[in-house]
Design a protein around this ligand. Structure first.
Ligand code: FES
Length: 297
């Protein structure tokens, strides 16, 4: 298979594996040690709560925009007195602060990556971390004052921005080419009319069962006599929810522990951010039938 040059290059960088292990161990260890507040913080940084959408990509626009404005202002200040030399430094500071927040969200998302995706995420994270350090150095030089220090600061910011564009390319590659943090049910074709999926005795109380409704995998589970149906594929990274753990009305994904309400598919705990499609269920004439509640398209 022919694959993009970035993937071919990253596949050769075997040293990324121990680095990724180290980062995941540190991030996981910190959240584990924090206990319940750590789980809440992790949900906030994934975007599970209160956003209901991945947080990291929403934050990354700010540093790239602010850093671009900083570099443009830096060069403009050399040729026009209308732009004060401090303008670039101000935009740079805004970008760097936003980048720190984006890094927290990004390394939180990185914690649940694996395989080649994890390598690309690690390369992306290392590049963006280097960019932050370069921008901080540029900021420090600006505080020094003097023509030489300012020229070095502008040069560093320029290099940082170019490196940031490379990092942003890898971030986009993770999402658009590899589907990291993309809703795994976004393209599901669910039946909009009732289709049979079994008989009532196929679904005893408290047993997670996977059935096919049209082309879509559906998780069926009866709780307190009520038969519930939601997508069987975890919206985070595609984990098989029928192999998960049922805790009351909550199913826990076996891969990274996302929690979903089996009654309506709502996310109760990350890393998933998107709810699962839910189905209407009817039992009649000895048959169980389901149809999608809200068609996704
Ligand atoms: S696949 Fe990651 S939590 Fe389900």
């Amino acid at each position: 298979m022919s694959e993009p040059a970035a993937d071919r290059a990253i596949r050769k960088l075997n040293w990324l594996e121990p680095v990724a292990d180290f980062i995941q161990n540190v991030v996981g260890g910190i959240y584990e040690r924090l206990g319940a507040p750590g789980r809440l913080l992790k949900d906030l940084l994934h975007g599970t709560k209160p956003l209901g959408h991945p947080l990291h990509p929403a934050l990354t626009d700010v540093p790239l925009g602010a850093w671009t404005a900083a570099v443009v202002a830096d060069y403009a200040a050399y040729v026009s007195h209308a732009i004060p030399p401090s303008a670039g430094g101000l935009a740079l500071a805004v970008g760097t602060l936003a980048a720190l927040a984006a890094a927290l969200a990004g390394y939180t998302d990185h914690h649940e990556t694996f395989g080649h995706e994890r390598r690309v995420a690690t390369a992306h994270g290392l590049i963006m971390t280097t960019v932050i350090l370069v921008m901080v150095l540029s900021q420090v030089l600006r505080l020094e004052g003097g023509g030489g220090a300012r020229a070095a600061a502008v040069g560093l910011a320029t290099v940082g921005l170019l490196l940031g564009l490379l990092g942003a390319y890898l971030g986009g590659h993770l999402t658009y080419a590899m589907g990291t943090m993309v809703n795994r049910n976004a393209f599901a074709e669910a039946p909009e009319d009732f289709v049979p999926v079994g008989t009532p005795k196929d679904f005893p109380d408290g047993v997670l069962k996977r059935v096919k409704a049209g082309a879509m995998a559906v998780l069926m589970v009866r709780t307190e006599g009520r038969l519930n149906a939601i997508a069987a594929v975890c919206s985070h990274a595609g984990g098989p929810l029928d192999e998960g753990d049922l805790q009351g009305d909550i199913v826990v994904c076996p891969w990274h522990g996302s929690r979903f309400c089996v009654r309506d598919g709502r996310v109760k705990g990350g890393p998933a951010t998107f709810p699962l499609p839910s189905f209407l269920v009817r039992e009649r004439a000895g048959k169980v039938e389901v149809k999608i509640d809200q068609p996704p398209h």
